[in-house]
Design a binder for this molecule. Structure first.
Ligand SMILES: [Zn+2]
Length: 355
């Protein structure tokens, strides 16, 4: 069934996730930091007739509110609210479905997520829909029982207002906005891989409460590093799905899986992961570079306009070149081109459910 274009939540979100898993494709979840990146994501999604996930890290949300805001906690909350309102207003006009999500929140950032749920509760009261579709809690550094009991508490709040929770089991290597783990090349890296038994535990605790997804670690790493001793092992995803479906006699791929740290991954490993119920792949590092590379090229090509308002030799005015919109648009176009590639890797081109 077709969905209304715009921000989706609740049963519509569930339908979107199931369409991905049944269709063997995934949605790109793109980290954004301002209106330029948000609009570029919606433009790329519209061009590709694909639905998409727009997400904010705590640092991205803070940047949205402005680096000059004195109270950084308030900036992280209000920036995320402001960004969501921007997307609610515009998404339907791009004619695609958008999932609104926040990225990694460790124990220190749980109050940020709780504050955003307060805002979603108020939005739900006013409109019948939450402000955000989902949030992520990343308590993977903690003991599995502590991790899951906090996830259960937060999901209990969210389920009442049609929200979904993404949890992390096992550890995604690398670092993202101060949340993360350095890779130690000499260490035993088995903790980087999610244990299927932990996934089963999560399923049994959380599925009676509400809708959730799992960021499982199978050797994925944030950022792009030289190939090291961490091997991508997508079969961990398959084994987790199999353990849950055998234990509870469910249909195939009962879990909603999320692929973090996909930047720089081999295309064949991405394709394999998609067959194991991955419906969301995060992209940040590669789109950051694409934006900066294109903006940098624009500056190189117009070097004089970034030094002089008027050419000191021949008097040529450079206003048209140094207009910040030109630089930002060049960055957006690089960002959009990289997303075209991501959408194609994820098989989501032409698959929008918006009707
Ligand atoms: Zn991540």
């Amino acid at each position: 069934m077709a969905l209304k274009a715009g921000v989706v939540s609740g049963e519509d979100y569930n339908q979107l996730v199931n369409a991905c898993k049944e269709g063997g494709y995934a949605l790109a979840a793109v980290n954004c930091v301002g209106t330029d990146s948000v609009n570029a994501v919606m433009e790329a999604a519209a061009n590709n007739k694909s639905d998409v996930i727009i997400q904010f890290s705590n640092g991205g949300a803070q940047f949205y509110a402005g680096q000059g805001m004195e109270d950084s906690f308030q900036a992280k909350v209000l920036g995320a609210v402001s960004a969501a309102q921007h997307v609610h207003l515009l998404a339907e006009h791009y004619g695609i479905c958008v999932v609104l999500h926040t990225d990694h929140a460790n124990r220190k950032l749980v109050p940020w997520v709780d504050a955003l749920i307060d805002h979603s509760e108020a939005h739900y009261k006013a409109t019948g829909r939450p402000l955000y579709t989902s949030h992520m809690l990343d308590l993977s550094e903690e003991d599995i029982d502590d991790n899951l009991s906090e996830c259960a508490r937060v999901l209990s709040r969210m389920a009442k207002i049609d929200m979904s929770l993404e949890i992390e089991l096992g550890i995604t290597g690398g670092e993202e906005d101060g949340v993360g783990h350095e890779i130690d090349a000499d260490a035993d890296n088995s903790h980087l891989y999610t244990q299927p038994e932990d996934v089963l535990k999560a399923y049994e605790l959380l599925s009676p409460i509400g809708h959730f997804s799992v960021a499982a670690s199978f050797g994925n790493v944030h950022g792009v590093y030289k190939p090291g001793n961490v091997q991508l092992r997508p079969e961990i995803l398959r084994n987790s799905q199999a353990l849950v479906s055998e234990s509870h006699d469910t249909k195939q791929n009962p879990l909603n899986l999320v692929f973090h740290g996909g930047s720089g991954s081999e295309k064949s490993k991405i394709a394999e992961a998609l067959t194991y119920g991955v419906f969301k792949m995060n992209i940040d590092t590669d789109t950051q570079f694409a934006f900066s590379e294109a903006a940098g090229k624009y500056m190189d090509d117009n070097a004089k306009a970034f030094k002089y308002q008027i050419d000191p030799d021949d008097g040529t005015p450079y206003k048209k070149q140094y207009d910040p919109r030109k630089l930002l648009r060049a960055g957006e176009q690089g960002f959009i081109a990289r997303l075209d590639e991501a959408f194609s890797d994820l098989g989501c081109v032409g698959k929008s459910l918006a009707g």
